[in-house]
Design a binder for this molecule. Structure first.
Ligand SMILES: CC(C)(COP(=O)(O)OP(=O)(O)OC[C@H]1O[C@@H](n2cnc3c(N)ncnc32)[C@H](O)[C@@H]1OP(=O)(O)O)[C@@H](O)C(=O)NCCC(=O)NCCS
Length: 184
């Protein structure tokens, strides 16, 4: 998978150097810290899968310029609140959790932003959910806790804001793609 020919998107590996990501604002430091300090351990312990975008920087050396982290997740609804589109399924579903694949983290180096890398990562997540997870394990949604500034970005890629009172108040509102509707 790649947005540009020289950029390779693949799962991170034990030997990868994961430092040097530049995200500009200090508010994104946790995204940088996760990649540098925790992504490999989460990977090894089966807590998350992280895919990196790597550009070659010399003889067998690569620099990471973006990443996405995926985990198993769920959409939890309060009593009386409905997930749009699911309420009219006419299915007897008695649970307050809907199974999902979650985009736990997504970041692209500010020196290569605007070239479609994040879009390629989102496509990767949707593809994995539709083609790999969904056929093997019940999974209704792809979800993300979107940073407020990234809501339009996800909307343009087919995500819907979970339309509940509580969600609209959250600093990082839940957005989702309904895999039943998109695979129909
Ligand atoms: C949001 C982000 C991942 C986009 O990466 P990217 O590779 O530049 O994205 P693409 O080139 O695929 O698409 C560019 C889109 O991002 C939008 N964008 C650019 N900078 C952005 C920013 N700082 N925050 C939110 N959206 C941004 C552009 O408006 C453009 O939207 P459009 O194509 O729908 O018009 C990247 O700006 C980033 O890492 N921001 C900091 C961390 C963050 O907000 N992560 C999302 C966490 S949920």
């Amino acid at each position: 998978v790649s947005a540009e020919p020289e950029i390779e998107i693949r799962q991170i590996q034990a030997g990868d150097k994961l430092t040097g990501l530049s995200l500009g604002s200090a508010q994104f430091t946790p995204l940088k810290t996760f990649l540098q300090k925790h992504a490999k351990t989460y990977h090894q312990r089966n807590l998350a899968r992280t895919y990196g975008a790597f550009v070659p920087v010399g003889e067998a050396r690569f620099k990471i310029v973006g990443y996405i982290t995926l985990v198993c997740g769920e959409v939890v609804v309060d009593h009386g609140e409905a997930v749009p589109g699911v309420a009219d399924d006419e299915v007897d579903y008695r649970y307050l959790q809907y199974p999902a694949v979650k985009i736990a983290r997504l970041a692209v180096d500010d020196r290569v932003q605007g070239r479609g890398l994040a879009s390629a990562f989102v496509d990767l997540a949707l593809g994995i959910a539709k083609d790999t997870i969904c056929p093997a394990v019940g999974c209704r949604f792809v979800v993300v806790d979107s940073k407020a500034a990234a809501v339009p970005f996800y909307e343009r890629r087919g995500f819907t804001l979970l339309d509940t009172e509580a969600n609209r108040r959250r600093p990082e509102p839940v957005m989702f793609v309904d895999l039943y509707k998109t695979s129909a």
